[in-house]
Ligand binder design. Structure first.
Ligand code: F6R
Length: 617
């Protein structure tokens, strides 16, 4: 949510930062801006709109400076205006700052600064930071025993701040320097060849360096052309740990696809292969998760799992609940991370927590993890982004290895979470009562999933045709049962977020307890049809819709035979093991949403009001 890129080096900072911002644009895209240090002063360019608009504006200026900061915004405090875009300048012109996060006590700080003669040009909470740093800078002696003046001014400011921040700061009085700090909002230092970058996301850095330092909460980095130091707010020196990013630059590029969302939908077979690689036991009957750091004896003690997450990840938790309870017979509780952290739920003594997060930075999920740990529970993470805050703070976990997910609507990360959930269910089930033979059959079923996903993707042209016929409707129902109910929720969420169509997900049998009132020729229903004992029940629900002139799009396994004429449209998915069904059923709902959004001319990768990775509450 919001993106930051900063640069200190020998190249033109503006060019490098704009390239970085383009890679970060999925984090927020209502306005963008940059500031560079040059000719003894600060040059600021900012505008409402996308990074492309900023690039155009910047092209008309002479931006030769080799130190700079930049930002792409997702508005929190203050509307989408040029004045509210970042960077923000202190009213004395001595400080420029970009900020991700929310300053909770900004009203009190603003009052104080007004009494000291500082003025405000925007409605943002951020501007108080720029002015408070300028205030401390003006008071700070040149040769303080506490260290460099610029660093100290930022540090002292942050001691007064409540809320969350990832910031990058410049001052014309301190050329070729940049100070950055984080609390609750990710920030990464890139260590390049005679250059340093700061960014809120590794994807902005990988084209220039793969050597990175992940800043922790409460840390500040002071960058100069000759090097950098890492400190805490109370002045302790920290020895930096330099990590290597394993993502290749082209993984975060569009290639021949029109949208990241489509690219990532088609990357699912590969992401699924990556999620399972090396994770099946040698005897072919179970899974292995070394990163959990728990023995079979530890698992024997657990009498409940608690899964928390947000959005799409929460839907993955619901599938995990179904599979773990079904195969391992251990109770599972699923909670929205944002609710869990405030509702003070009574918990079992031997509960094991899991948080699920693609980005590893979602603030509500991070807070839930911290809350569980504070209460003395072990908390594991299922996470895609290596080195992210959640991955680092968890007691153990499972990396998804799905590669960078840039499309705001999560796709490949979701199916990868589903696969990991089904493998985890198997892992615990085999420690309990699932037989060797059933385990072998389960593993064989999961091993086929990447190939079956490839086959499911072959339906894309057919789904596109259906989407063209149905793109005119403004209401949809998505209906499924048991492990397909979360996929109904996910289908409805995908459609809502990228095409702005009202859609609801329901357990199919619940439909007659209320939502059936919505059914008419104007409200199509997407049915996720199972095999086995519930097939007939779902067919009955479809009949109820048909009797009320509702249109039906059915997504069903190859081998099921629906009564003639019941479905208006049929999308088939390959037959598969029951534990893999939610994964394969997801692919058509993703494609349907995608093609409907494209038909409605929606900006699929940058849906309105949304941004990837929600790092504010
Ligand atoms: C929807 C979507 C969001 C995220 C949610 C959690 O397509 O992407 O609902 O799933 O914001 O994000 P992560 O998984 O990064 O914690």
């Amino acid at each position: 949510m919001c993106g930051i890129v900063g640069y200190v080096g020998r190249q033109r900072a503006a060019t490098i930062m704009i390239e970085g911002l383009k890679r970060l644009e999925y984090r927020g895209y209502d306005s963008a801006g940059l500031a560079v240090l040059q000719n003894g002063g600060l040059t600021v360019v900012k505008t409402v709109g996308r990074v492309a608009a900023l690039a155009k504006l910047a092209a008309g200026k002479k931006l030769s400076g080799t130190s700079g900061i930049s930002h792409t915004r997702w508005a929190t405090h203050g509307g989408v205006t040029d004045a509210n875009a970042h960077p923000h300048l202190s009213s004395d012109g001595q400080v420029a700052l970009v900020h991700n996060g929310v300053i909770e006590n900004y009203v009190a700080i603003k009052k104080f600064l007004l009494t000291k003669g500082y003025n405000f040009a925007s409605e943002t909470d951020t501007e108080v930071l720029a002015n408070l740093i300028a205030y401390h800078l003006a008071k700070e002696p040149e040769n303080s025993p506490e260290g460099p003046r610029f660093l100290n001014a930022v540090r002292k400011t942050l001691l007064h701040v409540e809320g969350t921040y990832g910031i990058a700061v410049l001052s014309p009085a301190h050329p070729d320097q940049l100070v950055a700090a984080r609390k609750g909002s990710p920030l990464i230092l890139g260590v390049g060849d005679q250059e340093y970058l700061i960014a809120s996301d590794v994807s902005a850095l990988v084209s220039r360096t793969q050597n990175v330092v992940y800043l922790k909460d409460g840390e500040l980095v002071h960058i100069t052309t000759g090097g950098f130091t890492l400190n805490t707010l109370d002045l302790a020196d920290i020895s930096p740990v330099i990590d290597k990013v394993t993502w290749a630059v082209d993984e975060a590029e569009l290639g021949d696809y029109p949208h990241f969302m489509l690219k990532e939908i088609f990357e699912q077979p590969q992401a699924l292969e990556n999620a399972m690689r090396g994770r099946f036991s040698a005897d072919g009957s179970s899974a292995n998760f070394g990163g959990l750091n728990l023995t079979a004896a530890d698992f024997r003690q657990i009498d409940r799992f608690v899964f928390t997450s947000c959005g799409t990840g929460w839907h993955a938790c619901l599938v995990a609940e179904h599979l773990i309870e079904r195969y391992a017979r251990i109770p599972v509780e699923v909670d929205y991370a944002s609710e869990f952290r405030y509702r003070n739920a009574p918990l079992d003594r031997n509960a094991l927590f899991f948080v699920v997060s693609q980005s590893g930075e979602t603030i509500d999920t991070l807070a839930a993890l911290r809350e569980a740990k504070r209460k003395g529970y072990k908390c594991m993470a299922i996470c895609n982004v290596v080195g992210s805050t959640i991955a680092r703070e968890a007691d153990g976990g499972i990396y998804q290895h799905a590669g960078p997910e840039i499309g705001v609507a999560s796709t490949k990360a979701f199916t990868s979470q589903l696969l990991i959930s089904s493998m985890f269910a198997l892992y615990v089930a085999r420690m309990r009562d699932l037989s060797f033979a059933d385990g072998v059959e389960y593993v064989a079923g999961l091993r086929r999933v990447p190939d079956l996903a490839r086959r499911a993707l072959e339906q894309a042209p057919h789904i596109r045709e259906i989407a063209l016929r149905y793109a005119r409707f403004n209401d949809f129902l998505f209906l499924g049962r048991l492990s397909l109910f979360p996929i109904a929720l996910e289908g409805a969420l995908k459609l809502k977020e990228i095409s702005y169509i009202h859609a609801e997900g329901y357990p199919a049998a619940e439909m007659k307890h209320g939502p059936i009132a919505l059914i008419s020729e104007q409200c199509p229903s997407v049915f996720l049809v199972p095999k086995g004992e519930l097939f007939n029940k779902v067919v009955s629900s479809m009949q109820e819709i048909k009797a009320r002139k509702g249109l039906i799009i059915a997504i069903a396994p190859d081998s099921v035979e629906l009564p003639e004429g019941l479905a208006d449209e049929l999308i088939t998915i390959p037959d598969c093991h029951e534990a893999a069904l939610p994964i394969l059923a997801t692919i058509p709902v993703q494609l349907l949403s995608y093609y409907i959004a494209v038909a409605r001319k929606c900006d699929v990768d940058k849906p309105r009001n949304l941004a990837k990775s929600v790092t504010v509450e």
